[in-house]
Design a binder for this molecule. Structure first.
Ligand SMILES: [Zn+2]
Length: 855
């Protein structure tokens, strides 16, 4: 690193800004390469601040003119912003700048996507639009005028007036600059109206490009259900006369909760049965809800600084998961959430990028939009709710909204309302926000004279920058089953607070079978030796749906690990248990489909590394293939009946019931293809009348071979549809056989439709390949080089997305010396790159530190 290396920012250094903003007026003259932005901002000294230096953030701006109270000034300008002497009294700042949205490939600030203008300001994009105190604790009402010859001109808040080539918007709710948004384009709306519980009539519009007309109905329907749900469950009503959503093709993130004008990655808005899968529909419903819920948890109450990001994200993810659980199957939703948590957050917590839910420092905040801040942050709130109960939670939330509306808050403010509303001391609980790493809970037991004792020990391994950890408050939900399968103790929550603790249960007739961590009541790793027979017993008898699934999953993991390390045959007890679940018609088809999914290659590699075994990606891949074939054979008589039974006749419905049936049917198809050479899958592909079936059958063919013709047909049919083609690109990179994966991916990057500057397409191919564990970790190092080359290339145009994708290298230190050497060389090659972004520089430094930790 050069001595000009960017400096980290620390939580402990927070000070309030020296000025308050009473009003912001912005005037945009949009031109692709010469947009003029005029800002008029009313400042006054902040009585709560001691430091009165007037510094405004600003990056890549050409200052045309500046004035204070009407008199021209010449500020001092640096690459980060400007400073200027100002009066000791309220004053009006005016500035005009020029920017070039068409040249903005980083997709932060104001940029262009397929001829439309749009913005992305979180976290620090607004400083690329005009000079401003671009920090979340500066909140102000905004008034915006847009001049542009495109027909649809949108900004935050309510429309004030419009004419040919201009429009004015006024947002009365004070907001930080990261929630500013502007859109201009040739767009068409799918519209409806909603009357809030407070009697406000709200116009709802989902804006898309004309070619995508007709694909926004589900997004709009999801929005209406979200608005209703937030009124019913949280008592939160919407507060403007209009709610606009816009779909954009080039977008770094999933979506953005700008006040009254949400901007979405088009993949989370556009859907039709022919082009979107069941998973796409589910994601649209979830993300529309998430961004809408931010109106209260994020917009009305925002974060004091970016260290508090989980204040809005953890809470809003928790709220959207409650919503999805209410709309669909709560049990299936919980299982899927935990699978995601383990695959992404546990992996993060266990590697070089581990950090607390509230980080204490960062160099580039874009690098902290992580699974820890989002998903672990949501788990922390779930634990809090479990500890104080639903009524206590509701009281605390009411107090939070009443007390902090219109404020920029901290985690301390959040915990304070829980302490006041419930009388509970949360001092120890707060460690969940400050300690990184996944706690391990080790369980041993004994049984004597009718008394059953669980010995519980908790320990959190060291993480970068954090050695010793203190015990956390862990709500452990458990139940006890008698040997005949009856539940003798229904779900009870034990609070672990000590490093070692016993839980005692008396008056039992026989030694019970414990069902521990029901509903995954805390984001921890449970360590307990148990026999495969016990797991099979829980799979058959547990009343807790999560633990029922978990028993099968952990059994499968043990079987696969034995297959990898001992070359063992798949255990018959596991195959029999699986058959029993599949045959159990009272079980939700979606649940049965999940039970048939084997633990992923990365999960197995992680489990092996936990036990001190260096994982061999190829051996893991091969064992998984053998296991799948064994399941296919063992359950052979069941597949045709299941396949026929799970057919969904009638028109396509994206609801949970039909989606579950399709998932189970496709699982059956996948196993059948291992026995019939893919004949049924070819027929399924040819007959598919919806994208779930079409892409499902194509995946089966890719996994079992013989997909070439189907791939061609798919590309001919869907070549015009970028979102569908993302799937085509992504599947090939992810499912290519290990020995062909690098070549397949390289060929995809040479495809004329590999528009790599589009984040969705880049993620499909390079992200898809990174998820192909055995291919990416190819012993030759060719996978590492391929990804490194593309990260370098993308970093030069879009640092944020490039840096985020560098997490492909998160696990490199767990592999053998040969692979480590090659991964390290690839990372060092990125690090040595001239002109590397701050985003990527920070990520590569942290990733390389993994080797130093291991050494
Ligand atoms: Zn969010």
């Amino acid at each position: 690193m050069t001595d000009a290396a960017p400096q980290p920012v620390f939580l402990k250094d927070y000070t309030p800004f020296g000025f308050l903003v009473d009003q912001v007026e912005l005037n945009f003259h949009l031109q692709p390469t010469a947009t003029r932005v005029r800002a008029k901002i009313a400042f006054r000294p902040n009585p709560a601040a001691r430091d009165r230096r007037f510094f405004l953030h600003g990056e890549d701006l050409t200052l045309i003119s500046a004035a204070i109270d009407g008199s021209p000034v010449t500020p001092e300008i640096t690459p980060e912003g400007l400073s200027c002497p100002v009066p000791e009294a309220p004053f009006v700042w005016e500035a005009e700048v020029e920017i070039a949205p068409a040249e903005n490939t980083a997709l932060e600030g104001l940029y262009m996507s397929n001829g439309m203008y749009c913005t992305q300001c979180e976290a620090e994009g607004f400083r690329k639009i005009t000079f401003y105190p671009d920090r979340p604790d500066v909140m102000a009402p905004f008034r915006v005028r847009v001049d542009c010859d495109l027909p649809v001109l949108l900004s935050n808040g309510n429309p004030v007036a419009q004419g040919a080539g201009w429009a004015e918007w006024n947002d009365p709710w004070p907001k930080p600059s990261y929630l500013f948004a502007l859109v201009a384009g040739e767009l068409v709306a799918t519209s409806d109206r909603f009357t809030t519980s407070e009697g406000r009539e709200v116009a709802l519009n989902v804006w898309v490009r004309p070619a995508d007309q007709g694909k926004a109905d589900y997004a709009l329907d999801s929005l209406i259900r979200s608005m209703k749900w937030d009124e019913e469950v949280y008592g939160r009503a919407y507060d403007l006369d209009v709610f606009n959503i816009v779909a954009v093709d080039d977008f770094n993130m999933g979506a953005m909760e700008n006040k009254g004008l949400n901007v979405f990655n088009s993949r989370y808005v556009l859907a039709s049965p022919e082009t979107a899968t069941d998973r796409d529909y589910e994601n649209i419903e979830r993300i529309i809800a998430h961004e809408y819920f931010h109106n209260w948890t994020g917009d009305r109450i925002t974060c004091r600084d970016w260290f508090q990001l989980s204040l809005k994200e953890g809470l809003t993810v928790f709220r959207d998961s409650q919503f999805s659980a209410d709309m669909r199957s709560a049990a299936v939703k919980r299982i899927e959430d935990v699978m995601t948590l383990r695959a992404r957050q546990f992996r993060e917590d266990n590697g070089p990028l581990a950090h607390p839910v509230r980080p204490e420092s960062y160099t580039e905040i874009n690098n902290f939009y992580t699974a820890t801040v989002y998903e672990k942050g949501a788990e922390v709130i779930g634990m809090l709710r479990r500890l104080v109960g639903p009524e206590g939670y509701a009281r605390a939330l009411d107090l939070y909204f009443a007390r902090h509306d219109g404020q920029a808050c901290t985690i301390e403010d959040w915990l304070q309302v829980f302490e006041e509303a419930t009388g509970r001391d949360l001092t120890q609980f707060k460690r969940w926000y400050s300690q990184a790493g996944t706690p391990r809970v080790k369980v041993t037991e004994d049984f004597k004279d009718g008394t059953y004792t669980l010995h519980l020990e908790q320990k959190t391994p060291p993480t970068p920058g954090q050695g010793e950890k203190q015990p956390q408050v862990i709500p452990l939900a458990l139940g006890l089953l008698s040997p005949n399968g009856d539940e003798v103790l229904p779900t009870t929550v034990i609070e672990l607070t000590e490093a070692r603790q016993d839980a005692v249960f008396e008056g039992l007739g026989a030694k019970p079978v414990p069902s521990l961590l029901r509903g995954f009541s805390a984001p921890v790793i449970l360590e307990r030796d148990s026999a495969p027979e016990e797991r099979a017993f829980l799979l058959a008898h547990d009343t807790d749906p999560f633990n029922k699934w978990e028993a099968g999953r952990s059994l499968a993991r043990e079987v696969l690990i034995a297959m990898v390390t001992e070359d063992a045959a798949p255990a018959p007890a596991w195959l029999d248990a699986l058959a029993a679940v599949v045959r159990h018609e009272a079980l939700d088809p979606a649940f049965r489909a999940l039970a048939l999914r084997l633990p992923g290659e990365d999960e197995l590699a992680e489990a092996l590394a936990e036990r001190g075994t260096v994982p061999d990606p190829l051996a893991i891949h091969a064992a998984r293939e053998r296991a799948k074939t064994a399941v296919a054979r063992h359950l052979d008589p069941l597949w045709p009946g299941l396949y026929a039974q799970m057919d969904c006749p009638g028109p396509y419905s994206p609801g949970a019931a039909d989606a579950g049936r399709r998932a189970l049917r496709l699982a059956a198809l996948g196993y059948m293809a291992r026995l019939d050479g893919g004949a049924r899958a070819q027929a399924h592909f040819a007959a598919a009348d919806n994208m779930t079936d079409e892409i499902g059958a194509l995946s089966v063919l890719l996994e079992t071979g013989g997909a070439d013709e189907a791939l061609d047909r798919f590309a001919r049919r869907w070549g015009h549809d970028r979102l569908v083609m993302d799937k085509w690109f992504g599947l090939q990179a992810t499912l290519a056989a290990p020995e062909r994966a690098v070549a397949v991916t390289r060929a995809l990057t040479e495809h004329p439709q590999f528009t790599w500057k589009n984040p969705n397409r880049f993620r499909a191919v390079i992200g898809g390949f990174s998820a192909n564990a055995a291919g990416f970790h190819d012993a030759s190092g060719a996978g590492y080089d391929l990804v490194a080359d593309w990260l370098i290339r993308l970093d030069a145009v879009n640092p944020q997305t490039a840096a985020r994708m560098s997490t492909a290298f998160e696990t490199w230190a767990r592999y053998d010396a040969g692979r480590r050497e090659k991964a390290q060389a690839a990372l060092e090659r990125i690090a040595a790159r001239e002109g590397l972004s701050r985003d990527m520089g920070e990520m590569v430094d942290r990733l390389l530190a993994a080797g130093r930790i291991a050494a």
